[in-house]
Design a protein around this ligand. Structure first.
Ligand SMILES: [Zn+2]
Length: 441
């Protein structure tokens, strides 16, 4: 842009870039990549910080201006050009050096030593220096405007969203999930907006939060089972199960004994019988390993980000503190020690018993909490290496995110409202054919 418009100022170029950004956002809305009411801050935040990772042309242009200046001042082959630019600058003409100085003054960039060997390092330093306040500002506004932004930023830097960077993720799903996280789904009420009861008749307010994680829906079980399925899959491969043990896609029940690296029994979806009857006795996965003997109980849960840690706590209390009463969010804090599955197994088998809790956020979030680190340690110790662990996390996150987007769409289709059906059809048009199938269902 500097070459195209030599007579305009650097500041004008930057302003023009901002206009282009506005046009880009319009295209994003037209193509369903950004919801009309989702925040702007959010689309420009990197995916790792919970945003959509779109580049802001204005800031990118500024970074390029600075990088170009650093290069011209540092590279020996640029010396001649450098001198000509100094002359231009002296007579008040716009040139790459004046652009560099303009941006560098605007952001108060640190002084650097202009030598060839430090070009890469200096460019990186400048880029970081310019980006940092920009992202901080975006984050600040996101926190201010959005409840989800607040809880997301609170978990940083220990939160990731592998589903959003998956090459399989459709852009409309991506956009729908973002809108849902920010309570901006067309057809549902916002948390602070006027109240409308859930169309499924559960007498709760019909917010995106409610639909994606707190309603009465069978689909939650399917979503949960996908994660169990991926866990079982990685257990089978990590423990070297014979190839004839097959697990059908989406299946979350299993009962097998085999000799792989060592003797293993896996039970999933079945009650574990103990001498004294226990209420919470059906963990998602029960793993009995021999030589040396140990038992591992794995519990899986899908929760809204705001309840992530609460879910971990509930699971932990159910299996390691009090398994005889029904424990949920209402009484988890008052639970006192009583019979529990881990204690019973320990006294029956007289071997170490471990509990691993794996929670996935309903939009695909993974938070590296203490519990998350703990289950990672347990799984790695029995032979699921880092790569397999990564695959497990990515697949779980993706499956949950896709299921949640389906749950929201299906929910909107429950009423006989023509407008929502049309809405779904528009969305389905933008995606692959197999999604049409589910719309028709
Ligand atoms: Zn409901």
């Amino acid at each position: 842009m500097g070459n195209l418009y030599p007579d305009e100022k650097g500041a004008t170029t930057v302003k023009n870039c901002r206009e282009v950004d506005k046009e880009v956002r319009k295209v994003l809305i037209e193509n369903n990549i950004k919801g009309k009411t989702t925040t702007n801050n959010h689309i420009y935040l990197p995916v790792s910080r919970g945003g959509q990772g779109m580049k802001f042309i204005e800031v990118e242009a500024e970074i390029h201006m600075v990088k170009k200046g650093v290069y011209i001042r540092s590279h020996p082959e640029m010396q001649e050009a450098h001198e000509s630019y100094i002359q231009l600058q002296g007579s008040g003409w716009r040139n790459p050096l004046s652009d560099h100085d303009f941006v560098s003054t605007k952001y108060g960039c640190p002084d650097v030593e202009y030598t060839q060997t430090k070009i890469t390092k200096n460019c990186k330093t400048m880029k970081k220096h310019i980006e940092k306040p920009f992202y901080e500002q975006l984050e600040k506004e996101w926190i201010m405007n959005m409840h989800y932004g607040r809880i997301f930023v609170k978990e940083q830097p220990n939160i990731e969203l592998p589903a959003y960077t998956s090459p399989l993720m459709d852009s409309w799903r991506f956009s729908l999930l973002h809108s849902a996280a920010e309570e901006q789904v067309h057809g549902l009420v916002a948390i602070l907006g006027r109240r409308k009861n859930c169309r499924r008749g559960c007498s709760q307010s019909e917010t995106a939060y409610h639909v994606s994680s707190a309603c009465i829906q069978d689909a939650y079980n399917t979503r949960h089972d996908y994660v169990v399925h991926w866990v079982l899959k990685s257990l089978l491969s990590g423990l070297n199960a014979p190839e004839d043990i097959q697990l059908q896609f989406g299946k979350a029940t299993l009962s097998v004994d085999f000799f792989g690296m060592r003797r293993v029994e896996i039970r999933a979806g079945t009650e574990i019988l103990t001498e004294k009857r226990i209420h919470h006795n059906t963990p998602d996965t029960y793993l009995h390993l021999y030589d040396p003997e140990e038992i591992i109980i794995l519990e899986i849960s899908v929760a809204h980000l705001q309840n992530y840690r609460l879910q971990e706590k509930i699971k932990k209390v159910r299996y390691s503190v009090n398994g005889s009463a029904h424990i949920d969010h209402t009484n988890v804090d008052e639970a006192c020690r009583d019979l529990n599955l881990m204690g019973e197994l320990r006294s029956t088998y007289r071997c170490p018993v471990h509990l691993g809790v794996f929670v996935v956020g309903c939009f695909g979030e993974i938070v590296t909490t203490e519990e998350h680190k703990n289950i990672r340690k347990i799984l790695i110790k029995i032979g699921i290496n880092n790569l397999k662990m990564r695959i497990l996390i990515n697949r779980s996150s993706y499956s949950v995110a896709v299921s949640t987007s389906n749950i929201i769409l299906k929910h909107l289709c429950v009423v006989n409202s023509i407008s929502t059906v049309i809405f779904c059809c528009i969305l389905s048009k933008r995606t692959q054919k197999n999604d049409n199938l589910f719309i028709m269902q």
